[in-house]
Design a protein around this ligand. Structure first.
Ligand code: 5GP
Ligand code: MN
Length: 330
């Protein structure tokens, strides 16, 4: 790649999570350490609990600094798209990604990629894009460019995409990657605290409100869901990232195998789905919410008003009763 002029640009998906930022940042630091000019251009803002991942490589927010982002994109000859496998997930930057003139390289772990890049590193058996970035970096002979910052970022991506090592952790190679990352003397307790013990009191109260007043449990369908209106979000001074993890909460209720979180946005409802066992959250999201994702963690959206989206959701459940009842059978 050394002969390619201009910076390398690394693009995570819109509304980036810990793995999107962690894998983008880890990769970017490695590229920087190899002597390349590198920038991360994020389609929109990233949550403040990941704000400590900065300083080594600039993260340009496309939505806020469009001019600067476009200038970087124009100069770049290589674009890495990380942690997403369909161009729609670039959202605000969809057109920029589509019209990018250089070489586009995808690094991702979601099932069923739709090709929009020139090169595709797609490994759905991996827990996270961050885990995949590590193996790719080693395979390319770039291990010498890994440093403490890159290792911290990649560890963060793995930690957040596995719910702190509670799911998607069955690939034996994951533990080799983790053990290699640990050679950089990571303070894993401190990383966990930075990400998970870093919320505002408002966010904690929003969570309390969501559980106490907004969680609907439908034991006959082994399903529970939470919905939040824009007004409720405003009441608790919502900032991006505040509802992160809410969708997982009802999965802790005895016998629940399918959960949903509906968040009312300006022009649409954002839906998140989680499931246990064999219930296909991604199939459900793809069939009814223009979305997708992993078997047990998926998402999508719907342009109908929130109330309609909720009744559509509950009316769909009877058709899935058999799958819901048998979710824990292989
Ligand atoms: P989350 O619920 O955390 O937003 O998303 C969980 C997973 O669902 C993501 O890692 C991603 O794979 C998938 N996902 C979320 N939203 C969408 C969407 O709008 N479209 C698609 N295809 N996948 C989504
Ligand atoms: Mn991921």
């Amino acid at each position: 790649m050394a002969e390619q002029p201009g910076p390398v640009v690394v693009v995570p998906h819109s509304n980036p999570d810990g793995d999107a930022i962690g894998s983008a940042y880890g990769l970017a630091v490695v590229l920087r350490n190899s002597g390349r000019e590198v920038k991360i251009v994020s389609p929109n803002d990233y949550p403040s609990f990941l704000g400590w991942l900065n300083g080594e490589v600039e993260i340009i927010n496309y939505l806020k600094k469009r001019g600067a982002a476009e200038a970087v994109l124009r100069r770049s000859s290589v674009m890495f798209c990380v942690d997403f496998n369909e161009i729609k997930r670039a959202d605000e930057m969809e057109k920029e990604v589509a019209s990018f003139r250089g070489v586009k390289i995808l690094i991702d772990h979601h099932p069923e990629p739709t090709p929009f890049c020139d090169l595709m590193v797609s490994e759905p058996t991996y827990s996270s894009s961050a885990e995949l970035v590590f193996d790719l970096v080693v395979a390319l002979g770039w291990r010498k460019y890994l440093d403490h910052s890159a290792a911290e970022a990649l560890y963060t991506g793995i930690m957040t995409d596995t719910g702190s090592f509670s799911y998607s952790t069955n690939r034996p190679g994951l533990y080799r990657v983790l053990s290699e990352l640990m050679t950089f003397r990571l303070d894993t307790a401190a990383i966990h605290a930075r990400v998970y013990d870093n919320f505002s009191a408002d966010r904690m109260r929003l969570m309390g409100h969501a559980i106490l007043h907004k969680m609907v449990v439908l034991p006959e369908y082994r399903t529970a869901f939470i919905s939040l209106t824009r007004q409720e979000l405003k009441m608790f001074n919502f900032v991006p990232g505040d509802t992160e993890g809410f969708v997982n909460i009802p999965l802790s209720v005895n016998n629940i195998v399918f959960t949903a979180l509906f968040i009312e946005k300006e022009n649409l409802v954002k839906a998140s789905f989680r499931s246990r066992g064999s219930f296909p959250a991604n199939g459900f999201a793809a069939a009814h919410f223009s979305g997708g994702g992993h078997l047990n963690a998926a998402g999508g959206e719907d342009k109908a008003p929130l109330e309609e989206v909720i009744s559509k959701f509950t009316q769909l459940l009877p058709a899935y009763l058999h799958l819901l009842e048998n979710a824990d059978n292989e």
